[in-house]
Structure formats: structure tokens, C-alpha cells
Design a protein around this ligand. Structure first.
Ligand code: ZN
Length: 204
């Protein structure tokens, strides 16, 4: 890892030249910490919500609004999420994440409560250009829950919008037999494939 890619707060912890492995170790440690904090936060909010009747945590897939971006809350990233870019809004106090960064955080907790976490995803129906993103997110949730043998969830139109019957998003998913397949970045890869299609609006 190049020294200029390492966040300042991590550089401060490492004196002298930064061996690549050591820098990666600190970055991974911060991501693990962020992942633990998120899990604790979800547990607390969802526990409170059963007492108070308030909404539990959701992971909303959105497009960053056109006028301003937001800084990614994953500390080893900390970059701006540019207007128009996809992001995950963790409702309540945890802010916004690049989709890839959010996936990196989830990777560390994949074996513990993965199904519960994945089932918290929802499309933000007010902040997505069309139903294809909802279709991709739904397919991602469905595939992940099925792969780990977790209970399927109900995709209600109130939360997921109406996805046309003939809409096919499966073609945007990287096949597990493809060398580019990465189990921890299934969602961001599918969104990227969709985004890269020229004139995508005309295909809807
Ligand atoms: Zn990020």
C-alpha cells in the first residue's frame, strides 16, 4: 500500500517507514472495529425499538443527492461520496458509506448474524433513479439469504417499490465461476455493471 493512501490517523500510529503488511493490519483492525460498533449499534437500536415502537435500523441504498456529497463513515476510507454515486445510508446515527466500504465492513461479520444484517437492506425509493437498483438489491438479498440458508424475507411493495415482472437484473451479477467474482462485493459489482451500460435510462 502506498504511504499516501494510508489515512493520517493510522500513519500517526506507525512510526518510521510503513511496511506494507503493517499498514494493512492497521486498516483491517479499524474496519473490524467499525464492524463491531455497527453490530452493537444495530443490536441496541433494534432492542430499543421493540420497547418504544420506533423504527429499527435499515440499510438504505441511495444515490447521493446532486448538490452535495457526504463523507464516507468508514474511517480507513473517509473519502467523499460524490453526487450521483450509490451509497448506503445506515439510518439513525451511523451515516453514509460507499457501497464497497459497507461491504468491507460486513465481510468481517459475515459469519455472525450475516442473514440478519443482509435482511436490513432496503432501496430508498425517493433517492434512486429507477426500479433497476431495487431489483438488483432484492436479488442480492435473495441470493445471499439463500446461500447461507437463512429465512427468506418478504419484499413488500411499500418498502421495495413495484418492480416490473419482466425486469431482469440477473445479467448484471458476476457469475461465481467468473475469475472477477468476489463474494464480498456482489452488490457493488452488480450496481457497477448496471451503471456502466450506455443509455441505461432508455432500456428501462
Ligand atoms: Zn468509503
Amino acid at each position: 500500500m502506498a504511504r499516501d493512501k494510508i489515512p493520517l490517523e493510522i500513519l500517526e500510529l506507525i512510526k518510521g517507514p510503513v511496511p506494507e503488511k503493517k499498514a494493512e493490519y492497521y486498516v483491517e483492525r479499524r474496519i473490524r472495529q467499525a464492524s463491531r460498533n455497527l453490530r452493537r449499534h444495530i443490536y441496541q437500536v433494534n432492542h430499543d425499538s421493540t420497547q418504544t415502537g420506533r423504527a429499527g435500523v435499515k440499510f438504505l441504498l441511495q444515490e447521493s443527492p446532486g448538490t452535495r456529497g457526504a463523507r464516507c463513515r468508514l474511517l480507513p476510507c473517509g473519502e467523499m461520496i460524490e453526487p450521483g454515486e450509490y451509497r448506503v445510508h445506515v439510518t439513525c446515527r451511523n451515516g453514509f458509506f460507499h457501497v464497497e466500504c459497507f461491504e468491507r465492513m460486513m465481510e468481517y461479520s459475515f459469519n455472525e448474524g450475516c442473514g440478519e444484517q443482509v435482511s436490513l437492506f432496503r432501496p430508498d425509493l425517493n433517492r434512486l433513479a429507477g426500479p433497476m437498483e431495487a431489483c438488483i438489491l432484492k436479488e442480492y438479498v435473495r441470493r445471499t439469504l439463500s446461500r447461507i440458508g437463512a429465512q427468506p424475507i418478504t419484499f413488500s411493495p411499500e418498502e421495495w417499490g413495484v418492480i416490473p415482472d419482466d425486469m431482469n437484473c440477473e445479467e448484471y451479477f458476476v457469475s461465481p465461476t467468473d475469475p472477477a467474482y468476489d463474494e464480498h462485493h456482489i452488490l457493488s459489482a452488480a450496481l457497477k455493471n448496471w451503471e456502466e451500460i450506455p443509455n441505461k435510462a432508455e432500456r428501462l
